[in-house]
Write a protein that binds this ligand. Structure first.
Ligand code: ACO
Length: 326
């Protein structure tokens, strides 16, 4: 079987910064509440001119530059998003044209905040099987467009951004050792955008009821996320004959600092091994882990052979894991 590696990474963040002090003027909240309950201090918000594909294109270009990869080498583009430019065509097709990936197939993948890790797994399979040599996986979301800016329970959490990774047959670094996927549709109602699809198409009534905005049962998501991430980490490490003591860097979906701390406690990992950027970027859904992976690569602090574990979780509920030998 061919082994798969990460040949390049990149990310893009919109320029506009929304600080907790700005949210204090919009809803009944405080910087103190947001920082103590979530760890978030500021987040990026796309400009009115930007759509998800614009963010995705910038992240993709940087990943291609990072890996010195010509767009015409790309065989497949997977855009992981829950906030596509339009319901169809796929945002991946808009990216394909813009970056000049003339030989690539392109599709969108929807697994909400878990999307990018699902994308890494799906993209890897094409390379492992020998079908393709170069797969571009992008996590991109503009949650600011589906957030109810009058709901203090959710509007303080979410953010916009994009990150990308290019997968290729591995040389001897950043090798993907394993990926695993999971889902539990009995928890589908914990995080959802109820209207705008075939179940409840857009009508004046659905708009009046604010059903096109994200709805979330935050307390239950919190509990489920900690359990899922604990189990998913142990399961994927077991597949690689590794244990939690082997982890050099844990990249979790950047949902809430308290969730990340609770997971680290259960895995008995020191905080120094858990990557955090949510204080600066909030929860950027499918972009969250993609941005984090690119930042870890940029920081250059991991040694060759370090073990990186990536755990995504989100609406569905879905979860996914990936182990990379740096
Ligand atoms: N400012 C001030 N008070 C607030 C705010 C706010 N922004 N939001 C809620 N409160 C109030 C509530 O109304 C509640 O008041 P009450 O006791 O009078 O009813 C009180 O604070 C406590 O509310 P809780 O919901 O218990 O607060 P909690 O500590 O659980 O924090 C939060 C809420 C931050 C949403 C937390 O539950 C959480 O992070 N959950 C996980 C969410 C998550 O990770 N989602 C994303 C993962 S999946 C995906 O990305 C799609």
């Amino acid at each position: 079987m061919i082994t798969v590696g990460i040949a390049g990474t990149g990310f893009y963040l919109p320029e506009r910064v929304l600080r907790n002090a700005d949210l204090e003027k919009m809803v009944d909240t405080s910087d103190e509440w947001i920082v103590s309950r979530t760890g978030i201090r500021e987040r990026r918000i796309a400009s009115d001119r930007e759509a998800t594909s614009d963010l995705a294109i910038s992240a993709a270009r940087e990943a291609l530059r990072d890996g010195s990869i010509d767009p015409e080498e790309i065989d497949l583009i997977i855009v992981c998003t829950s906030t596509p430019d339009m319901l169809f065509p796929a945002t991946a097709c808009i990216v394909q044209e813009a970056i000049g990936a003339k030989k690539a197939g392109a599709f969108d993948l929807e697994a909400c905040c878990t999307g990018f890790v699902y994308g890494l797994s799906v993209g890897s399979q094409f390379i492992k099987a020998g079908t393709y040599k170069t797969v571009l996986v992008i996590g991109a979301d503009i949650f600011s467009r589906i957030i109810d800016w009058t709901d203090r329970n959710t509007c303080i959490l979410f953010a916009d951004g994009a990150g990308a990774a290019v997968l290729k047959p591995a040389k001897d670094e950043k090798v993907i050792l394993a990926t695993q996927l999971g889902s539990d549709g009995s928890l589908a109602n914990l995080i959802a955008q109820p209207a705008g699809g075939s179940r409840q198409p857009a009508t004046y009534k659905t708009i009046d009821k604010r059903l096109h905005y994200l709805k979330m049962d935050g307390r239950r998501v919190f509990r489920v996320a900690v359990e899922i991430a604990d189990r998913a980490t142990r399961d994927v490490l077991e597949e690689c004959s590794l244990s939690t003591e082997d982890i050099d860097c844990l990249i979790l979906h950047q949902a809430n600092a308290r969730i990340l701390e609770a997971i680290a406690r259960r895995l008995e990992l020191p905080g120094s091994k858990v990557f955090i950027n949510l204080d600066r970027y909030g929860n950027a859904s499918a972009a969250s882990i993609a941005i984090a992976l690119a930042e870890v690569a940029r920081e250059g602090q991991l040694k060759k052979g370090s073990i990186v574990v990536i755990i995504g979780f989100g609406s569905g509920m879905t979860w996914a894991s990936c182990v990379i030998k740096w």
